[in-house]
Design a protein around this ligand. Sequence first.
Ligand SMILES: [Zn+2]
Length: 72
Amino acid sequence: MKLSWNPGDFAANECPRCRKLVRTKFEFRNVRLARSQLCVRDVLVDVCTECDHMVSIPPQSVPQLREAGVSK
Ligand SMILES: [Zn+2]
């Protein structure tokens, strides 16, 4: 797997909403953390091109979320 993604990159991933393998696109989104209800701006995530659902968060974006969750 690629280690680093850029906005506009395409990938293939399993979408939990479509329940199938879909084409996904990397873009910046505001992500709400389920646990802390914190909203983190401009996180690079993997988005389903069919239903616009956020499919996954690439490893490179995880530290950004962690930092936001900790430095509350
Ligand atoms: Zn989908």
